[in-house]
Ligand binder design. Structure first.
Ligand code: FAD
Ligand code: SIN
Length: 538
């Protein structure tokens, strides 16, 4: 039993663990290696309005708030935006104290170097060249490893949350811990804690083309849903405009390699094969408009011209491209592309889950004792479309706020009512080899269905087709799940199907176009849909 059980080792989980460790014992589990997370893949950086003297003199919290509200297309919760943006400076201080080394201004080393991305009216993105996420994640892992109150367990896959409700006590429904598969041994453990923090990240792998690593399979969202938590705004899946298009690629790294928006922030422009800057026809901000607009502009251009991709021309940056973005430059070169010689072929790819498990501004879900922070959660910050580089900020701020609330309501040491005994996990039989083929086929079918029918531009007809196929997949997955020894592949498939179903159900409910949800059947934004799409399990 730990005082705190944290599921996930990205910025949200590890920031929480480092703070909570001052108050009790913390176990952090991660299904892969500690650095297998979206956090470690982040490139552009983290947005924050620093104190006067350290920030661009033109910038202010009010401007960051206005940019976030504008990108969110009328669905951000203003209070959430105000709260999270105003804690930006504290977040940077904390990350620096934990060892993150953000780039400094070459001429004034006391100042941070600030970048820009789509939808930001000022320079306010702190970065560590272009592998910013790796710098943040490594410093958090290193600091957590050194903390005596934190136990880090890699290769531990949370299967499901355990609640009193699931054990038959419905008058006092609260979380008791989680069933966790130790992947190396195949053993399912009961990990008990009255305070469970879901920090499992997003669900990019529901789509065939995504910028996300393999770990992003919507596990936390699906677990929370099964435990009875409400889920909101899942129709708003953000597509990043510039994923490297590489038809010769065989490995997932080459297929999902992101070319940061920060490259456009420094002057690179999107062009078609004829060299025309088509994005300007869609928004006066052109290549640096918010992501939903740019991704749709590319989608339209690809459909209009019949070309498989568009291009990112980095020539306006000259030599600074290689110096400012060495990771991107070298990785592209390793894939056989020299961006200094030829524009980079790019396509949009699923990138970020703007909705998630409904929480308040302390990460509190509708299940007592269960907190959700980071990309898995929906606090109201992102609305219908997240502003670039606001997610690393949100992960850290919500970690701080969740701990404050937990210490107010259920501090370690406070008496907690006794709970029913938790039964051990019951496993099925081993999967015969031909069943494995079915599992892999279902994975592919699911991701292709979402890519083809639930992508950047939607229609009711395509969404209904997706819903029909997902119904069949849910039935098949139930058979795999109950019949066989559990493997991460089966568990991820089960969660992907649940998450994809929540995306499609939410998309079918929103009969308008707004932010990252665009449908040809209802092309306008409508005032009657100025509200979250909340799904509740009864
Ligand atoms: P993650 O960092 O994804 O961590 C989730 C953790 O949960 C992982 O450790 C995972 O293994 C674990 N996990 C998941 N399921 C289970 C389970 N069942 N059992 C146990 N463990 C589990 N945002 C920005 O603000 N700025 C950027 O520059 C930026 N660039 C990005 C670039 C890329 C390529 C990508 C993919 C995303 C980028 N984002 C960026 C988004 C940002 O990285 C994520 O939103 C953020 O890192 C999410 O943090 P998190 O802690 O919520 O989740
Ligand atoms: C990027 O670097 O383009 C990604 C930034 C983000 O998703 O916030």
């Amino acid at each position: 039993m730990s005082d705190f059980l944290v599921i996930g080792s990205g910025i949200a989980g590890l920031s929480f663990a480092l703070k909570a460790a001052k108050h009790g014992t913390v176990t952090v589990i991660s299904k892969g290696k500690l650095l297998d997370s979206n956090t470690a893949w982040a490139q552009g950086g983290i947005s924050a309005v620093l104190p006067p003297g350290l920030r661009d003199p033109n910038d202010s919290c009010e401007k960051h708030i206005a940019d976030t509200l504008d990108a969110g297309a009328g669905l951000c919760h203003e209070q959430a935006v105000r709260t999270i943006v105003s804690e930006g400076a504290e977040t940077i201080e904390e990350l620096v104290a934990w060892g993150t080394d953000f780039d400094r201004d070459e001429d004034h080393p006391a100042l941070f170097s600030l970048g820009k991305e789509g939808g930001h009216s000022e320079r306010r993105i702190l970065h560590a060249k272009d592998p910013t996420g790796r710098e943040i994640a490594s410093s958090l892992v290193q600091t957590a490893r050194a903390h005596p109150a934190i136990t880090l367990q890699e290769g531990h896959y949370a299967i499901d949350l355990i609640t009193t409700g699931k054990l038959g006590v419905i008058t006092d429904d609260r979380v008791l811990g989680a069933y966790v598969l130790e992947i190396a041994t195949g053993t399912v453990k009961v990990m008990e804690s009255p305070r469970v923090i879901l920090a499992t990240g997003g669900c990019g792998k529901t789509y065939l083309y995504t910028t996300n690593p393999d770990s992003a399979t919507g596990d936390g969202l699906a677990m929370a849903w099964r435990a009875g938590a409400s889920v909101a705004n899942m129709e708003f899946i953000q597509f990043h405009p510039t994923c490297f298009y590489n038809p010769a690629a065989t490995g997932p790294e080459a297929r999902s390699f992101l070319v940061s928006e920060a490259v456009r922030g420094e002057g690179a422009v999107l062009v078609n094969a004829a060299g025309h800057q088509f994005a300007k026809e869609h928004d006066p901000r052109g290549s640096l408009a918010p992501r939903d607009i740019v991704a749709r502009a590319i989608d339209t251009e690809i459909k209009r011209t019949g070309a498989p991709c568009v291009f990112l021309d980095v020539s306006p940056l000259g030599d600074t491209f290689a110096a400012r973005f060495p990771f991107i430059h070298e990785t592209l070169r390793s894939f056989g592309h020299n961006a200094l010689e030829k524009p980079i072929p790019v396509v949009p790819a699923a990138h970020y889950q703007c909705g998630g498990v409904v929480t308040d501004l302390h990460g509190k879900t509708s299940v007592r004792g269960l907190y959700a922070i980071g990309e898995v959660a929906c606090t109201g910050l992102h609305g219908a479309n997240r502003l670039a580089s606001n997610s690393l900020l949100e992960g850290n701020v919500l970690a701080r706020r969740a701990l404050t609330e937990i210490m107010r309501l259920y501090p370690p040491g406070k008496d907690i009512p006794p709970a029913p005994e938790i039964p051990p996990w019951e496993s099925g039989d081993a999967a015969p080899p031909d069943e494995l083929v079915n599992i892999y086929h279902a994975w592919d079918e699911l991701r292709r269905t979402m890519q083809d029918y639930v992508s950047i531009v939607r229609t009711d007809n395509r969404l209904r087709r997706a819903a029909y196929r997902l119904r069949n997949l849910r039935r098949e997955v139930k058979e795999f799940y109950w019949g066989h020894t559990l493997t991460p592949d089966i568990l991820e498939l089960r969660n992907l199907v649940a998450t994809a179903s929540l995306i499609v159900d939410s998309a079918l409910l929103r009969k308008e176009s707004r932010g990252s949800h665009h449908t040809l059947d209802y092309p306008q934004t409508e005032a009657r849909f100025d509200q979250d799409t909340v799904l509740r399990k009864f």
